[in-house]
Structure formats: structure tokens, C-alpha cells
Design a protein around this ligand. Structure first.
Ligand code: ATP
Ligand code: MG
Length: 254
């Protein structure tokens, strides 16, 4: 059965998009059928997958408004070997235009139903806000991956996100759970990072992934080439870390 995972954290720049692209590519390289949904008007997931966001006929925007089907909008990415529902700036308008629609929180969930049998994994890259787009991501998902940097304010922001997930559970999606917390851009020589990491494990126990994503320049460079890091530098620590994460996720029951 398909596993639908939202990658969410309302804090900006914590590694949501890097995780979405590289987890999608890693799972696909292991032979899984993956759809990656770009739910952020910034379109970084789209560009980082090698698709030019300025040249799109259709995006996830039309899917949310019910004007197109996913089958028409999805693209296959090379060499990432996963499918992509792309996004661009147009999506910024969806927030306002969806307000008058019925069941506006579950537009993505409804749309995914038609194609979810085509995939083993659907990953949803959420924008850095607890807005209607993120809400659509959370309503559609079975579980949430929360990337976070181990820095001073990280835990504070986490409680807002955990409360939002609780609200989604009560209101729209009773079975949603936290799949895992992912430590990103980790520098083991940084004492504060170690301390925050320890606190995280105390609070969330085995919800914290064992895999740690190190700070790695190859991960930051790869989107400039429109490539997942696996196809930019397969031997890099970043590439190996995301493959390890894919295997850790595959080893846990859905
Ligand atoms: P936003 O909230 O704007 O959507 P985000 O949470 O999706 O941001 P990313 O875009 O993935 O975060 O990462 C932010 C920046 O940090 C990017 O420039 C990215 O290339 C870089 N980056 C992410 N992860 C790493 C890493 N492990 N090592 C080095 N650089 C990284
Ligand atoms: Mg992003």
C-alpha cells in the first residue's frame, strides 16, 4: 500500500526541500515508485528536480482548484526516476482562491486518490508556513517527516507544529502521526547541536530518526544542477545519508 508522507516544518530553511528531493531520488534508486508533490510556490523542489518552473503548462495549482487531473500534470524526472507534481509562483494565489471552495483542506487528498495505486511512496514538500497549503499536505498524508536543524529555537517551533498536527488529527485526518524527526545540516563539532539533539531524543524518543543528515556542500550544490545529490556526487556524505534515511524508512512498518 502507498505511504503518503508530508515533509513539513513551518520554520524556513531547515531542509524540507533538500529532504524531499533526495529522499524521493533515494527511494526511487532502490526501486520504489515515487511521486513527489511540490506544494510550495517557491518551486524549489521543481527546479531542484531539473524542471524549469517558468516553463510549465500546468502545476499543482490547477489540481487544487479542480481544473486538471494529476494524470495530466505529473511529469517524470530524469535522472531522478521519480514523478513530480510541479509548482511555481501561481500557487501563491491558491490560498485565496480556495477559501470559497468546499472542503478546502482536503483538495489534495481527494486528487491523490485517483493515482495513489501507481506509487509506493508519495512525498509532499510543504511550504514554510502553517497555511492552507500545508494543511492540504497534512490532510493528505499518513504521516509527517519533520526536518529540523539542531539549534536554539528549534524545539520552540516544534511545539506549534505538533499542535497543528493534533488539530489536523481532531478535525480532518484522525490517523495522521509523526513519522519521524530528521536532524539536518548537522555539525557534530557544534556543542549546541549535540545538546539540542540530546533534548530531542529525550522528548521524542524513537521518533527521532537514527540517520543524521550532515552539513554537506554537495547537498547545497546539487539543486543548481537540477539534480538530486545521488546524481551529482554519489559518494558524498550527503548522498550516503539520504540513502541511509530511505533504508531506515523502508525498514519501519508503514
Ligand atoms: P524553505 O522553508 O524556504 O522551503 P527548506 O526547509 O525547504 O526551506 P532547503 O531549501 O532544503 O530548506 O534548505 C535551505 C538551504 O540549505 C538550501 O540552500 C539548501 O541547499 C541548504 N541545505 C539543506 N540541507 C543541507 C545540508 N545537509 N548541508 C548543506 N546545505 C544544506
Ligand atoms: Mg523548501
Amino acid at each position: 500500500m502507498v505511504r503518503i508522507l508530508a515533509i513539513a516544518n513551518q520554520k524556513g530553511g531547515v531542509g524540507k526541500t533538500t529532504t524531499s528531493i533526495n529522499l524521493a531520488a533515494s527511494l526511487a534508486s532502490i526501486g520504489k515508485r515515487v511521486l513527489l508533490v511540490d506544494l510550495d510556490p517557491q518551486g524549489n523542489t521543481t527546479m531542484g528536480s531539473g524542471v524549469d518552473k517558468r516553463l510549465l503548462d500546468h502545476t499543482v495549482y490547477q489540481i487544487l482548484l479542480g481544473e486538471q487531473t494529476i494524470a495530466k500534470v505529473r511529469l517524470s524526472t530524469k535522472p531522478g526516476k521519480y514523478d513530480l507534481l510541479p509548482a511555481n509562483q501561481e500557487l501563491a494565489g491558491a490560498e485565496v482562491e480556495m477559501v470559497s471552495l468546499e472542503q478546502r483542506e482536503s483538495r489534495l487528498k481527494e486528487a491523490l486518490q485517483a493515482i495513489q495505486a501507481d506509487y509506493d511512496f508519495i512525498l509532499i514538500d510543504c511550504p514554510p508556513a502553517l497555511n492552507l497549503l500545508t494543511l492540504n499536505g497534512l490532510c493528505a498524508a499518513h504521516a509527517v517527516i519533520i526536518p529540523m536543524q539542531c539549534e536554539y529555537y528549534a524545539l520552540e517551533g516544534l511545539s506549534d507544529l505538533v499542535n497543528t498536527i493534533k488539530r489536523v488529527r481532531m478535525g480532518f485526518n484522525p490517523s495522521i502521526r509523526i513519522e519521524g524527526l530528521l536532524r539536518t545540516m548537522f555539525d557534530p563539532r557544534n556543542l549546541l547541536a549535540q545538546q539540542v539533539s540530546d533534548q530531542l531524543k529525550q522528548h521524542f524518543g524513537n521518533k527521532v530518526y537514527q540517520t543524521i543528515i550532515p552539513r554537506n556542500i554537495r547537498l547545497a550544490e546539487a539543486p543548481g544542477f537540477g539534480l538530486p545529490v545521488l546524481y551529482h556526487d554519489r559518494q558524498s556524505r550527503g548522498a550516503r545519508a539520504y540513502l541511509e534515511l530511505a533504508n531506515e524508512i523502508l525498514a519501519t512498518a508503514s
